[in-house]
Ligand binder design. Structure first.
Ligand code: DSN
Length: 433
């Protein structure tokens, strides 16, 4: 591909974002370049997606001009005639989509949402339990470098080395020994179904509050492609921008008995004014998630991940836990003789965007680990189906080989092939042609 000339760039930027291009051409050019990058590349980061045009539009509305500290009907600022209705709509839709008693749609993102659960149910110094970050957990599940591991006493569980699966006997033993105030389940690199009922039973035995962090799989839960944590967990925490395909934001869902504690923890405990444009876009995304087409999407995400996992296994890739039940695949590249970071950077040059990741029991360091994490939410949003997964696996295979052999020509060839396929699968907000 020949890069467009600067003159073409300016015209393109002005056509797509006229006010921005006039006021700040430098920034407009960066936005347009990002749009082109997202259009041309195969985005496999499992926590990313493409939002609909409606979600994109709602995120950029004048709702962002308004301050609304408090909750609908109980605000500290006047002029909430419309904002209250926006938030009520988002809350009602969250409750309907997830079948929960209570929803708080104000957390700015996943980390503050999780922090609110700590504030609601624990005191500094208390013991909390979650999955270790290198095993697939999240920083905010009590990992040492996070505030949650510094202000609380984090004890951590993992997966078995031989199966890559959670050992519930070990989780129970740890919970009964440590008696944590909070137990987190869920994570960021878990390719298998989360057994919420098993965690709930352990939390009950240990007298802990169970928080299910479903940030990665919220869209699968909404679409019926993963079991719901709602009947089992005291609190459910989720971002709204991953498989759920909404704006960058988060929600906390809870049983009625915990509603007050959660609301108080979010505001005034942790946050000031909610981001009303995000609340509106969450409402739109939840409406979309309630439609039959979203059910199809969620199931297609899983079918694509399974097909991709099978195609990778057939090419000799080692996958943590041997495959996937959801949207995510964690590859251990040790047998391919390429560090995860080297592979990820080479794939990026080939137009395939992934992230390097630790694998359980990784002998390498987190900033230079053995694994690469991939997922299918974005490619499914662009309409790729199981019939495309063989070529995706082939590109990954060729890209990893080219990384090992330092073959830049091979990477450039893949990049052109990827751009070709992506040009026939447009996404909202991205340039076509
Ligand atoms: N950054 C998210 C992810 O990529 O999984 C977790 O916070």
């Amino acid at each position: 591909m020949t890069p467009p000339s600067p003159a073409q760039d300016t015209t393109r930027d002005a056509a797509r974002h006229p006010a921005l291009a006039a006021a700040d051409p430098e920034l407009a050019a960066l936005v347009a370049a990002e749009e082109q990058l997202q259009a041309d590349t195969l985005r496999l980061i499992p926590s990313e997606n493409y939002v609909s045009a409606a979600v994109l539009e709602a995120s950029g509305t004048v709702l962002q001009n308004k301050y609304s500290e408090g909750y609908p009907g109980r605000r500290y600022y006047e002029g909430q005639q419309n904002i209250d209705q926006v938030e009520r709509l988002a809350v009602a839709r969250a409750k309907a989509v997830f079948g929960t008693d209570h929803a708080n749609v104000q957390p700015y993102s996943g980390s503050p949402a999780n922090l609110a659960a700590y504030l609601a149910f624990a005191e500094p110094g208390d013991t909390v339990m979650g999955m270790a970050l290198p095993m697939g957990g999240h920083l905010t599940h009590g990992w040492g470098v996070s505030a949650t591991g510094r202000w609380f006493r984090g004890v951590q569980y993992g997966v078995r080395q031989d199966t890559g699966l959670i050992d519930f006997d070990a989780v129970r033993d740890l919970a009964l020994k440590e008696r944590p105030k909070l137990i987190f389940c869920g994570g960021t690199a878990l390719p298998r179904t989360i057994d919420f009922a098993a965690f709930a039973e352990i939390a009950r035995e240990a007298g802990a509050v169970l928080v299910a962090d479903i940030a990665h799989i919220a869209g699968l839960v909404a679409g019926g492609a993963h079991p719901s944590p709602v009947p089992h967990a005291d609190v459910v925490s989720t971002t709204t921008h991953k498989t759920l395909r909404g704006p960058r934001g988060a929600m906390l869902l809870a049983r009625e008995e915990h509603a007050k504690a959660i609301d108080k923890a979010v505001f005034p405990g942790l946050q000031g004014g909610p981001h009303n444009q995000t609340t509106a876009a969450i409402a739109v995304a939840l409406h979309e998630a309630s439609l039959p087409s979203f059910r199809d999407y969620a199931h297609a995400v899983v079918a694509n991940a399974r097909a991709l996992a099978e195609a990778l296994l057939a090419r000799g890739f080692v996958l943590v836990s041997g495959g996937t039940d959801n949207h995510l695949i964690l590859m251990d590249l040790t047998p391919k003789d390429v560090p995860g970071k080297v592979a990820a950077k080479a794939l990026d040059r080939a137009g395939i965007v992934v992230n390097y990741n630790t694998v359980p029991y990784d002998p390498r360091k987190p900033f230079d680990p053995s694994g690469v994490r991939i997922g299918t939410p974005s490619l499914t949003s662009r309409g790729l189906g199981t019939e495309h997964m063989a070529v995706v696996a082939e590109w990954i295979d060729r890209g990893v080989r080219a990384a090992r052999e330092e073959d830049e020509d091979a990477l450039a060839k893949i990049r052109a092939e990827v751009a070709d396929l992506m040009s026939t699968h447009p996404a909202p907000g991205l340039p076509t042609g």
